[in-house]
Design a protein around this ligand. Structure first.
Ligand code: ADP
Ligand code: MG
Length: 313
């Protein structure tokens, strides 16, 4: 078997101020996957990615990219990965064309093998090839950074929150391009705040919390790890607070004055029994729907409450 695209072992980072951002990350990202790295703000996603990019020095553990250890073979490791950072860093006084040419030069891509216009076209910036980068919109800058990460045709592309602040239409365009790259054989790693995006795009997902991996599985299996089901109700009068505990239900949440979301474990009870408890609590039900737990529910279960604290301890 070939090495995974990325292998992290006991990866640790303590920042200069003493902040422990990574607490021993163990993670394998298979070649050919579209891998989602998820976690709440401050979980350590960018720190992990910035270590791979060579922008942050780890304080412990090891990282291999495409089989190359980042300490022992830094050049090969760097050549194997393209990174789109979360921060919009760009060269204000260069045009997109110049930015890509410069980057290709840094990576030693010979002139004859450069794909500058092809890449600009792929991210729909060919008509902006020769304007100053500082005149580009946020979404265009993001797409320029994607093209820049690809100049040396790396087998692994990492995108850190690529759609943060990018409007819906451009987000779709970006994902279409990412899917196209993946179909062409590129391994994709991304972090995103939009859980539905990760759910529809990624074949594997790891969730990190407080610098530790708390889940790592195929997306469909991760969604199946919870036996939770959610019952959404509209009741017949305004409520100021959610009713306290309802029998064996896991949570009762007030979504609007008359809207309740009740989460229950479908292996222990069922929607009929839950509805009976709602009636017994003196509430009339006007409308009702149920849904299976989605990634958001799994995510919340793993990153909040006592369970998450256990996992992080
Ligand atoms: P994420 O990308 O998952 O939101 P980060 O990796 O950016 O998380 O941050 C992880 C933790 O490390 C946070 O608590 C953050 O405040 C801290 N952190 C990030 N960068 C630095 C830095 N340069 N110096 C000190 N602490 C940092
Ligand atoms: Mg981040």
């Amino acid at each position: 078997m070939s090495e995974p695209a990325i292998r992290l072992s006991g990866l640790t980072k303590v920042y200069a101020g003493g902040k422990r951002a990574l607490n021993g990350i163990d993670l394998e990202i298979p070649r050919g996957s579209i891998f989602g790295l998820l976690g709440p703000n401050g979980a350590g996603k960018s720190t992990t990615i910035n270590i791979l990019a060579g922008l942050v020095n780890k304080t412990g553990g090891s990282a291999r990219i495409w089989g190359f250890d980042i300490d022992e073979h830094p050049r090969n490791a760097k050549a194997s990965i393209g990174i789109v950072p979360q921060e919009l860093v760009f060269d204000a006084f260069f045009t997109p064309f110049e930015t890509l040419e410069l980057q290709a030069g840094l990576f030693g891509v010979p002139r004859g093998k450069r794909r500058t216009m092809e890449l600009l076209k792929a991210v729909r910036l060919d008509d902006k090839a020769h304007v100053y980068s500082r005149t580009l919109s946020g979404g265009m800058k993001r797409r320029l950074l994607v093209a820049k990460a690809l100049v040396h045709a790396p087998p692994v592309l990492v995108l850190d929150e690529p759609t943060a602040g990018v409007d819906i239409e451009l987000r779709q365009l970006l994902w279409d391009y990412v899917r196209q790259l993946h179909a062409g054989g590129t391994t994709i790693v991304l972090t995103t705040h939009y859980l539905e995006e990760a759910e529809s795009l990624c074949d594997r997902i790891a969730i990190i919390n407080h610098g530790t991996v708390v889940a790592n599985d195929e997306t469909h299996k991760l969604l199946g790890t919870t036996g939770d089901k959610v019952l959404e109700l509209v009741v017949d009068r305004d409520l100021a607070v959610a009713p306290p505990e309802l029998g064996s239900c896991k949570s009762v949440e007030l979504k609007g004055p008359r809207q309740l979301a009740i989460t229950f474990d479908k292996r222990r009870t069922n929607a009929g029994a839950v509805l009976a408890m709602v009636s017994a609590a003196g509430l009339g039900v006007v409308d009702v729907s149920t849904r299976e737990a989605d990634l958001e529910d799994v995510f919340l279960e793993l990153t909040s409450g006592p369970k998450a604290k256990n996992a992080a301890a």
